[in-house]
Structure formats: C-alpha cells, structure tokens
Design a protein around this ligand. Sequence first.
Ligand code: NAP
Length: 264
Amino acid sequence: MTERYAVIGHPVAHSKSPWIHARFAEATGQDLDYGRIEAPLDGFERAVDAFRAAGGRGLNVTLPFKHAAFRYCQDTSERARRAQAVNTLVFRDRVYGDNTDGAGLTRDIEANLARPLAGKTVLLMGAGGAAQGVAGALLDAGIAGLVIANRTLSKAQSLAARFPPAAASGYGELRAPFDIVINATAAGLGGESVHLPASVLGSQTLAYDMVYGRDTAFLQAARAAGAQACDGLGMLVEQAAESFFIWRGVRPQTRSVLDSLRGG
Ligand code: NAP
C-alpha cells in the first residue's frame, strides 16, 4: 500500500522536497507518495492532526514550524532535544521527532565537498532554528573551535551556552580567518547581507551558505576573497536522505539527485 509523507511549512509552494523524495523512492523501489502542506501560521497542530488522521506516516517540517513540531512530539531523538527543534516527524503508535539538519550539513561538507571538519575552526553565522539544528553536529564532528555570531548578540550567547565550548560574538568583533564559515542566517533570502569583516574569509576558507538557489552577497564576498563558496543545496538533499532513512530504513544515494538539481 502506498504510504503518505509530506513537507509542512509556510510558505511551502517552492519546496524541492517532494521532487527529491520522489527520486529517492524511485531509486530505492519504495512505494510512497510525498506531497506538500501549507499550514496556516496558527494552524500547525491542526494540519498535522488531519494528516495523521488521513493515514499519513511522516512529515518533514520547515520554516516556521520546527519548534512547534518539537513540542508536538511524544518522543524525540537526542539531536532533536539538543536543537529543541524537529524537522522529521514519524507517526507510529506514538509521535517521534528527529532533526536531520545537522547530519545533512556535515555530510554535505565532508562527503560531497570533501572538506573534513575534524580540527577545523568554524564560524556559525546566525542563532535561529537552522543554527540550533547544526551546532551539535558540528561539535560532534570534532571541530577545533566554534564561534557563533549573530545580529542579536544575546541570542548567540544563549545558543553558545547550550553548546559548550562554543563562544558567542557580534559580527564586528570577528577577526582572523576561519577554516569554515557557515551562513545560517536568513539574510540572503531577502537580498540582504551580513556585515562580516573581510578578514574572516581567507583563501583556504570554505564559505557555506545554507540558502540555496541564489548567489547571495555572502557567496559573492567569499569568492572575492578567494574562498571556496557553496550554497545549501547539498544540505537540503542530505537532510532529506537522512529523513528518508528514518522513515523507510533504506539510505538513498544522493549524488545523482544533487547533480540533477544543479542541472548537471
Ligand atoms: P530563523 O530561525 O528565522 O533565524 C534567522 C536568523 O537569521 C537569525 O539569526 C537572524 O538574526 C538572522 N538574520 C535574518 N536577517 C538578517 C540580516 N539582514 N542580517 C543579519 N542576520 C539576519 O531562520 P532559520 O530557520 O534559522 O533559517 C535560516 C536560513 O537557513 C533560511 O534561509 C533557511 O532557508 C536556511 N536553511 C536551509 C536548510 C538547507 O537544507 N539548506 C535547512 C535549514 C535552514 P536575529 O536573531 O538578529 O534576528
């Protein structure tokens, strides 16, 4: 019997997740249907209740509902509890929540971009849901140091306190080049840019923007500094593969899906 999954968010019309999961299902021979649900901003729980009542087996959760999804769960993974956010819901007898964003990011950096994280200095820009979702996975990868910078410094301080030994900083105070700089802010979405001191990006830096599908000011600045610049499309595909594995017990190959999305 075809089992139903979907991505839920607001907005969700442009999500690539249905296409990605359809490719995974074809490649692994899994019988599933994956749709999209645009829930009203005040209607996340009602929309999830309705999907479950109709037999839905699992959901990916995107902006702005990842915290609401965490609260909705009866059981959660350790990485979801660390992030206090859920992007993958599993409906069995009980509601289980996980967060695959961190695994998706680290796999994209290490496996797809061939940049090992162990021993590297990392600057994480932003302290919202995306940053919360990846901080634990970065530390688990054995990085040498994590600095979390945010426009609202108090949020960076709160987040760093949850992920020792991470340190918090404003953007203006940042100095030496980092091995890896990850933009987990939403600045690029609105065509805005973060005011990052030029010294932060060196020629050996990997500059990674979680936003995908647009050449952000951050990526342009990185290229101008001679750094390697990469958008978040690989993270999107890798976090989806991790969710697919949680739901179906089969790990899909990601390379051809990522190549297709990049038009290769
Ligand atoms: P969020 O919870 O709304 O957080 C937004 C963050 O961006 C906050 O730290 C905010 O700083 C900062 N910000 C927004 N506009 C800014 C500006 N003009 N200058 C400086 N900082 C600014 O959003 P989120 O869930 O963390 O998502 C962040 C981005 O990551 C989104 O673009 C999302 O699409 C992307 N993302 C991608 C993937 C993927 O698979 N590739 C996965 C997850 C998220 P303040 O605290 O000061 O407001």
